[in-house]
Every structure is written in structure tokens, then in C-alpha cells.
Design a protein around this ligand. Structure first.
Ligand code: PHE
Length: 354
């Protein structure tokens, strides 16, 4: 029996050397400590031995069993340590980070430019009433923009007295009214947000888009302040060498009013020098301004005295300027996006480029 015990010890030493994984160790445990193991069969032979041999080999076998058990336990601990513990909170290596929507980024960028000039940012409400969206803005009852073809009216009971029907605001200008009504000049405010118009959707129209309203009210505000603020904005946002062109226009809520163009930042409004007098092929024209040299970006003017009065501000004492611009158009111009629908389709391949 002594020889068999020594052989078993040797065999276990060798086997345990090459056992690494938990599975290997479990196989070893079955082989050496299981009910059908060589060790178990040596134990079953003990009763057939003499009294002294029983004591000697009984002790030898128990020592061997304890050694094997201890060795296996030791190895099992090591195996657990080497197989990296699973940490369910550990971030995966191919994790995809989300980012702000390109329109949110552009909106924030636009607001920041004005904030640095001292404007503060206040949001209006998307559901408005006729008084804030039209009447207080000096838009007469018969004005076509009040038509249901140009404004989404809500099918809910009228609001407070004299405020008319509820609607989805068709521009951010009602923010001017809310702010001027609630606070006293001096004011310099930027108000970004969504606006809604029942337009047919195509590459340049959407029934919902974003605008940024800006205005300032104080004593002694002039059109020169408006020009200075807008020129600074255009040079910060587009390019430091763009120029502005103010074209006379009409808005009921500003007088005088203008539409503002920036000189094309892609071709600087320059036409290629050539002696060829034949009309240019479409493909030869600047792809950004289509050869016009100017890009329309916003509407503006001096706040109409009727608007100040409607908000309880003395039109004799105070003057103000206001402007309103879309967010999609500057974003499209800046990033060369040619279809407004791309902003709202949520195609990840488009969104992740910004
Ligand atoms: N509300 C006008 C529009 O949506 C823009 C504008 C704002 C014009 C403020 C003048 C002053 O077209």
C-alpha cells in the first residue's frame, strides 16, 4: 500500500501542476477526492489490513486526503484571482457618446455671441395667444399672417379676455411683448425657440423651425446700435471679413424695418475675372450664394412706438431695436447642409457629424 500511496502523491503533484482553470480543478477534485477515486478505493481496503497497518495507513491516507484538499483549495483561490472579476459597471470600450443636436449647438453659439455683448437669454412660450403673437405687435386684424393658412390655431377654448384664440407662435417676436410687459427698460434680451407655420415641407421649408429674437430698449437707442450689434454678430459667427447689406423692408412691429444680407463668406461676393461676357453656367456659380454674392439672414428694425405703448413703455422716453433670425439657415450656410429636412429626420449618420 505504501507504494500505491507514493504513486498517488506523485500523480497528484503532476496533475495539479498543469491544472489552471476552475474547470481543470473541478476535474482534479473528482479524480482525487471523488467517490470512485483511487484514494477512496485505498480507504475501502483499510478494514482488510492488520491492526498496526490499519493505524499507519489510515493516518497516511488521511494526511494525503488533507494535503490534496488543501492544495486544491489553494489553487482554486488562485484561479479565481487570475480570471478577472466581472465588473458590470466597467464602461465598454466601444461606447458611443451622445452629443447636442447641431441646431442646439448653433442656437447656443448664437446666444453666446450676444450674451458676451451683455444681452440676457429668456425663452418665451410656444403656445401663444392672438394678442401676444399679433395685436400687441401692431399686426392689424386683416393682416394675412393672421390667416389660418399662415398660423396653426389651437382647437381649445380662448384664453383670458381680449387675448383671442390660442395658437402655436409663428415667430419669436411675441417674446418681446412678454418681456417688455413684465420688465422695465433698460433691456437687452435674446430669446431663442421653436416657431410653427403651416408650410409645405421641402428642402428649405419646415412646419416647425427655430428662431432667435433679439431686442434692446433704452433711452437714446438708434439704428446705429442695431447695425453695430448685427455686424459684430455676423463677423463672429460667419467670418471676420463679412459685410452687411441693409435692404428697406416692412414689418408692422418695426419702423423703419430692414432685411439684412451678409456678403457671401464662401466667394466674398466676387465674380471670377473673365473677359467672357456669356452668362455663367449654373455649375460655375458659387454653390453657397448661387452667384448672387449676398445671403439673406434676418429681419430687423426700430421697435414701433405702438409696440412699446402696448407693453406699457413710454414711446416718448424710450427707443428700441429688434431683430429676428432663423437658426436653420445660418446652420445650413455654415455647415454646407442643403436640405432642412436632414435636421429633423434623426438619421444618426447625419447627426454624428457635428
Ligand atoms: N418676426 C419676424 C419674422 O419672423 C422677424 C423680425 C423680428 C423682424 C424682429 C423685425 C424685428 O420674420
Amino acid at each position: 500500500m505504501e507504494k500505491e500511496i507514493i504513486a498517488l502523491e506523485e500523480e497528484f503533484k503532476q496533475d495539479s501542476h498543469s491544472a489552471i482553470t476552475q474547470q481543470d480543478l473541478e476535474a482534479l477534485r473528482i479524480k482525487y477526492l471523488g467517490r470512485k477515486s483511487a484514494l477512496a478505493s485505498l480507504f475501502t481496503r483499510l478494514p482488510t489490513l492488520s491492526k498496526e497497518e490499519k493505524i499507519t495507513f489510515g493516518r497516511r491516507l488521511n494526511v494525503l486526503k488533507n494535503q490534496i484538499t488543501a492544495a486544491l483549495e489553494e489553487k482554486t483561490k488562485g484561479a479565481r484571482g487570475s480570471e478577472a472579476p466581472v465588473d458590470l459597471t466597467f464602461p465598454s470600450s466601444d461606447i458611443q457618446r451622445g452629443s447636442l443636436h447641431v441646431l442646439t449647438q448653433v442656437s447656443l453659439e448664437l446666444c453666446t455671441i450676444f450674451e458676451k455683448l451683455g444681452f440676457c437669454v429668456t425663452e418665451g412660450t410656444e403656445i401663444e395667444d392672438e394678442w401676444h403673437n399679433f395685436t400687441a405687435l401692431n399686426i392689424p386684424l386683416e393682416h394675412p399672417s393672421r390667416d389660418a393658412f399662415d398660423t396653426f390655431y389651437l382647437d381649445i377654448p380662448e384664453g383670458s379676455e381680449n387675448c383671442g384664440k390660442f395658437l402655436l407662435r409663428s415667430h419669436t417676436s411675441p417674446s418681446q411683448i412678454r418681456i417688455m410687459h413684465d420688465s422695465k427698460p433698460p433691456l437687452a434680451v435674446i430669446s431663442p425657440g421653436r416657431v410653427y407655420r403651416p408650410d409645405q415641407v421641402d428642402a428649405s421649408h419646415s412646419f416647425m423651425f427655430h428662431q432667435i429674437e433679439g431686442f434692446a430698449v433704452d433711452t437714446g437707442i438708434t439704428f446705429a446700435h442695431l447695425k453695430g450689434v448685427l455686424l459684430h454678430f455676423a463677423r463672429e459667427f460667419f467670418s471676420s471679413d463679412v459685410n452687411l447689406r441693409f435692404r428697406p423692408h416692412f414689418f408692422p412691429f418695426t419702423e423703419p424695418s430692414a432685411e439684412v444680407d451678409i456678403s457671401c463668406f464662401a466667394c466674398s461676393g466676387k465674380r471670377p475675372q473673365t473677359t467672357d461676357q456669356r452668362p455663367k453656367q449654373e455649375s460655375q456659380k458659387c454653390s453657397v450664394c448661387k452667384g448672387k454674392g449676398w445671403l439673406e439672414i434676418l429681419g430687423c428694425g426700430m421697435i414701433h412706438p405702438n409696440v412699446l405703448t402696448a407693453c406699457g413703455i413710454s414711446a416718448k422716453k424710450y427707443k428700441g431695436f429688434a431683430f429676428g433670425m432663423g437658426v436653420e439657415r445660418p446652420a445650413m450656410l455654415k455647415y454646407g447642409i442643403n436640405d432642412i429636412r436632414l435636421f429633423f429626420e434623426n438619421d444618426i449618420r447625419f447627426l454624428e457629424q457635428f
